[in-house]
Design a protein around this ligand. Structure first.
Ligand SMILES: NC(=O)c1ccc[n+]([C@@H]2O[C@H](COP(=O)([O-])OP(=O)(O)OC[C@H]3O[C@@H](n4cnc5c(N)ncnc54)[C@H](O)[C@@H]3O)[C@@H](O)[C@H]2O)c1
Length: 440
């Protein structure tokens, strides 16, 4: 049986979605408030300039699979799935304006009042997490007098196309993300996309909405970072192309998921020192590189989040697992755990620490000098028995993944709170009454 889809908003996203779906045998009805766009669609002309789109639209229009209308009732009555592809611009203060998404939902909802068959509404416009559930869904329910999940479904399906290569991006996407509240809703969307390349991810509505922002945030970060590094290279007379080529060739740590897992602040003998050195050199060169300069303050803020999280519990007896800056080393230099201990002691907490890699007697050189300057009496806080750390604590801070979880579990009482800084997987988490992940 053919699938009939309506597309609300015939701008870049709507036109490309319409052209690509129609090209793959789906019947598409475009809807736009702009009569010129409706007219262009019906004439088989593309309302936007995008390589290859004109041909796709003309071909589908000629084969009877593509038309456009301003009649919303007809679009809802004659199709099974509606994609919302309207604009979501910035307001002058930066806030996202989702008023058009809301208005379209009200219009679709009003048309759904008289429709008996189940309909699926898909939010494809870029919207912040919670919009599908908190704005689109209530608007649809109110206007239709029907219930989401029962009479109609709602999904989130963010668009990842890039203008200029939008058709290839649609047909061979890096990924397809389908957010929903129910298996029934997502099944018809999965079926609709069965022919596109790349991996399909099914998730919640808000996770799907957030993925779009993480992607765009990361892409923007990469561009700004590359531009700042190129700027330093140029000023230092270093070949930026050569540096970038070699930098991106490392697929283990550089172009990879490494370091992209939410966790605790970074530290250790290299990253903070090297960032400071580069920032200082940049200042000497009279350059302004705000992204580079923002990394250490961002890291310090993350450390403060851990301090706040622990202090807000209003419990003073803290047990910390892990002191060195990462597992498998006894290096304490610029360890964020050491800084965390110092902050907590300063706030009046009592802290006991277990880290089998750290034996103060064995520390030598700059590592020893660092800890003696930073927390001279740290020796009195370190204990050999991990059970002792738990027994005396009201808050247990997990700062290393190298934990004997069974032992911890056997000592843990229901009054104790766990603060996780290392991002244990859900399966690994301790069955504690109170568990707080620092940023998850
Ligand atoms: N352009 C991109 O490269 C791109 C890529 C990914 C995601 N997005 C997101 O997709 C969404 C759409 O972006 P765009 O660039 O296609 O926008 P656009 O401004 O080009 O198109 C929006 C269309 O919606 C129409 N419209 C407005 N109100 C309407 C209504 N009530 N009913 C029907 N149509 C209506 C407008 O007339 C216009 O044709 C935005 O949320 C955007 O952030 C855009």
């Amino acid at each position: 049986m053919s699938t009939f889809v309506s597309i609300f908003g015939l701008g870049y996203v709507g036109s490309v979605t319409a052209g690509c779906l129609a090209h793959n045998g789906i019947h598409v009805m475009g809807v736009d408030v702009n009569p010129a766009k409706v007219e262009a669609f019906n004439a088989g002309r593309s309302p936007v300039l995008e390589p290859g789109l004109q041909e796709l639209l003309a071909e589908s229009r000629d084969q009877g699979r593509l038309e456009a209308t301003a009649d919303i009732r007809r679009a809802i009555e004659e199709t099974q799935i509606s994609f919302i592809c309207v604009g979501t611009p910035s307001l002058p203060n930066g806030k996202l304006d989702v008023s058009v998404v809301e208005r379209v939902c009200e219009q679709i909802g009003a048309a759904l009042r008289d429709k008996h068959a189940r309909h699926l509404v898909v939010v494809r416009s870029t919207v912040l997490p919670g919009t599908a559930e908190g704005i689109a869904l209530p608007a649809l329910e109110k206007a239709s007098n029907k219930r989401a999940g029962e009479d109609f479904g709602i999904c989130s399906n963010p668009e990842f196309l890039r203008e200029g290569s939008a058709i290839v991006d649609f047909l061979e996407p890096g990924m397809t993300v389908l957010g929903s509240q129910s298996a029934e809703d997502v099944a018809s969307l999965r079926e609709l996309y069965s022919w596109v390349g790349g991996e399909v991810f099914e998730t919640t509505l808000s996770a799907a909405e957030m993925i779009k922002y993480i992607c765009n945030g990361f892409h923007a970060l990469k561009i700004a970072f590359a531009n700042e590094m190129g700027t330093v290279c140029k000023r230092l007379g270093v070949d930026a192309e050569e540096v970038t080529r070699i930098f991106t060739a490392d697929r283990r740590l550089n172009i990879s998921p490494a370091y992209l897992k939410p966790g605790f602040a970074f530290g250790g003998p290299c990253l903070p020192k090297d960032l400071r050195a580069l920032s200082y050199r940049v200042k000497e060169l009279d350059l302004e590189l705000p992204l580079l300069d923002s990394i250490l303050p961002s890291n310090a803020q993350h450390l403060e989040r851990a301090v706040d999280m622990i202090l807000r519990l209003q419990k003073r007896e803290v047990g910390l697992f892990g002191l060195s800056f990462k597992p498998g080393t006894d290096d304490l230099r610029e360890s964020p755990h050491v800084q965390l201990v110092k902050r907590l002691l300063g706030e009046g907490c009592n802290v006991r620490i277990w880290d089998p890699n750290v034996a103060l007697g064995r520390l030598i050189g700059s590592n020893r000098a660092y800890i003696e300057e930073y927390i001279p009496h740290i020796g009195s806080l370190l204990v050999d028995d991990p059970g002792e750390v738990i027994r005396g604590a009201e808050v247990i801070v997990l700062g290393t993944p190298s934990l004997d979880k069974e032992m911890i579990l056997s000592c843990l009482s229901e009054h104790q709170t766990v603060v996780d800084l290392v991002h244990l997987s859900k399966a690994e988490r301790l069955a504690s009454n109170a568990y707080h992940g620092i940023c998850w």
